[in-house]
Design a protein. Structure first.
Ligand code: ADP
Ligand code: MG
Length: 263
């Protein structure tokens, strides 16, 4: 076979086999292997290694994209000293992702601005990097989506899609009260996840107030029962980080912080 024809066929085969990195790299790696006097097996090894690495990187990028994190925040930028009530040892242990193997939940409780979403995002990002399927929702978004899907008769399909995730993040429970139908659908998600997936919930509500948001005492009891059966609780009861930063800035500039910074 002529060299030209072989190249055309090889490139076709690599495309059909979906080996884009080998397609891109087979010629330069061949040149390098000639220089190194590497044998055929080493050539193939080098090519397949590159394909594998690229494939892992692409999968990680896809996982991060489908996780839909609102922002990417990591633990590097979290100042534990600014929020001493947070159990740092527990946060670091959770970063290892072991809780996901055990299908345990995480509950982050605290006032507004105390870093709940920051920590939730950092944990979600770590889980993605460890090869887990993650999906981040604000509770309001999620309930809206559930209600819409039910209306369009695609609720089961949506719920089945959720089953595939290792970790569902439900951010900001408690900011908006639910309708009865909304609360029931949220319960459905929590109940399906029970012992099959991990949930990470952030909330500004102490347990006593969950009934006010969920509406029914019976439903709240059942939801809390499932959510807290195997749960790691992180509590932040310090001052809002945003407010503290604003105060610092205010001190420097001599201006008081805007009241909006407290939200
Ligand atoms: P919450 O979700 O509890 O309302 P956020 O996580 O949204 O609070 O935090 C508000 C802002 O302050 C974010 O930009 C976050 O990154 C930052 N922040 C909060 N706590 C800390 C902290 N301890 N160290 C560094 N940044 C923090
Ligand atoms: Mg938040």
């Amino acid at each position: 076979m002529s060299g030209g024809k072989a190249t055309v066929l090889l490139e076709h085969h690599l495309k059909v086999l979906r080996l884009p990195t080998m397609l891109r790299e087979y010629a330069p790696v061949a040149a390098a292997c000639t220089t190194d006097k590497a044998d055929y097996a080493t050539y193939l090894l080098r090519l397949t290694e590159r394909e594998l690495l690229d494939r892992e990187r692409r999968a990680a990028e896809r996982r991060l994209k489908t996780a839909k994190l609102p922002v990417v925040k990591t633990l590097d930028t979290f100042e534990f000293a600014a929020q001493p009530s947070i159990n740092e040892a527990l946060v670091r242990e959770l970063m290892s992702g072991e809780y996901l193997n055990r299908k345990e939940n995480v509950l982050i409780m605290g006032n507004s601005g105390t870093g709940k979403t920051h920590l939730a995002t950092a944990l979600a990002f770590a889980a993605c990097a460890q090869g887990r399927k993650v999906r981040f929702w604000t509770v309001t978004q999620l309930v809206r989506q559930l209600l819409e899907s039910r209306e369009e008769r695609s609720l089961q399909r949506l719920l089945t899609r959720f089953d595939r995730h290792h970790l569902l993040v439900l951010d900001e429970l408690g900011y908006v009260p639910f309708t009865r139908a909304g609360a029931e659908l949220l319960f459905e998600v929590v109940s399906r996840a029970y012992e099959r997936q991990s949930l990470l919930v952030t909330t500004n509500l102490p347990f006593e107030q969950w009934t006010e948001v969920l509406g029914s005492e019976r439903l709240t009891g059942a939801l809390l029962d499932r959510l807290t059966h195997r749960v790691h609780i992180l509590e932040a009861n310090g001052e809002s980080y945003r407010l503290k930063e604003a105060k610092k800035r205010g001190k420097r500039s001599g201006k008081p912080p805007k009241s909006g910074d407290q939200a």
